[in-house]
Design a binder for this molecule. Structure first.
Ligand SMILES: [Fe+2]
Ligand SMILES: [Fe+2]
Length: 346
């Protein structure tokens, strides 16, 4: 059967690589992905995963009046550390905030491995309609595993975790990494939020909430990665403008399949009916929309306020200069202005 018409794949197929001529090797570590004879980069595990997701998207659009789930651009604030702000700090000799930002990105990418631990209850136990030949059916049959491997690496092969560390170390010539970065991330990790749909049971809500959150993180990360590519490719701030920026470009291209499979599986939920153990039903759209709305409000607020305050704190503590308040005033003047959409006010 030609691939366009197939809707069912084995886990091995969804994890299979496009054959490449040269592997990607970074600082002696073999990373995922590789290059074809023309030097073009191919993301890992995309031989079948990419056409499979396209086929599931087409099927969703052909069988449901609902569009594919989309995160509206107007809710995404600019990156908390702006491009001009980052370059200004580095040129002023204050490198720590940028180094910490890159370290944090690497650590958070490594947490992507957790997606393979996410329990997926039997789909028939909470979805009323058929799910044969959907992305949903393949979440625990290759899709979550491929995502985990892309983010955290797999066996001897490095993934995004290792690639971000390498990009940072190339651009800033092997800086010392403060343990505060990891501690700060752990301290910010919140409790599980209150249930919005207790009748569905904690496992079902956790599954949908996790997918919604990861999709939002992936989409918000686009601007983080664009920020990194711009900053790390600037020879006035980066010691390895080509090498570091190329790595970020490879990572960015690897992220597209994550966004696409998650929005496809969530779209498939929006087109179906979810039910709990007591038989109470909800439209999948209502569940996805409510969890998405809550996640986006939290993330938008964090980026706009908490992250900005943390950056001020890091500058104050690491700049080591008497005129640090002047420096911060100049830094603040370079911030990209942004207003949240009116529906997010309050
Ligand atoms: Fe990633
Ligand atoms: Fe990702």
């Amino acid at each position: 059967m030609p691939h366009e018409s197939r809707l069912s794949f084995s886990a091995e197929e969804l994890l299979a690589n496009v054959p490449v001529k040269e592997p990607l090797i970074v600082k002696g570590v073999r990373c995922h992905g590789g290059f074809d004879a023309d030097g073009g980069y191919h993301s890992p595990r995309t031989l079948w995963r990419v056409p499979a997701v396209e086929a599931w998207q087409k099927q969703h659009l052909a069988t449901s009046p609902l569009p594919l789930v989309e995160i509206p651009e107007d809710v995404i604030p600019p990156h908390a550390l702006g491009i001009e702000q980052a370059k200004f700090l580095v040129r002023e000799g204050v490198r720590e905030p940028v180094i910490r930002m890159l370290t944090e990105i690497a650590i958070v990418e490594g947490f992507g491995a957790m997606i393979r631990e996410l329990p997926v209850p039997p789909l028939k136990s909470f979805i009323r309609e058929d799910v044969a030949g959907t992305a949903l059916e393949h979440l625990s049959r290759g899709l979550f595993e491929a995502h985990a491997r892309d983010e955290a690496g797999w066996e001897q092969e490095g993934g995004h975790r290792q690639m971000w560390d390498a990009a940072r170390d190339a651009a800033f010539s092997n800086p010392t990494i403060s343990p505060e970065v990891f501690q700060g991330i752990m301290a910010r990790r919140g409790q599980e939020p209150p249930a919005m749909f207790p009748e569905l049971g904690p496992q079902v809500e956790r599954l949908v909430r996790f997918m919604v959150n990861v999709l939002a993180i992936e989409v918000f990360a686009r601007s983080t990665f664009a920020w990194a590519e711009d900053v790390l490719s600037d020879p006035t701030v980066s010691d390895a403008p080509k090498e570091a920026a190329d790595l970020v470009r490879y990572i960015r291209s690897d992220e597209a399949p994550h966004v696409e499979y998650l929005r496809t599986a969530l779209s498939e939920i929006t087109a179906r009916t979810l039910f709990g153990s007591g038989g109470k039903e909800f439209s999948g759209k209502q569940v996805v929309d409510a969890l998405m709305d809550r996640a986006l409000k939290v993330m938008t607020r964090q980026r706009q306020t908490e992250r900005v305050a943390q950056l001020h704190d890091v500058i104050r503590r690491t700049a080591n200069r008497a005129d640090v308040e002047d420096l911060i005033a100049q830094y603040d003047a370079l911030a990209t202005p942004w207003t949240p959409p009116a529906r997010y006010a309050a």
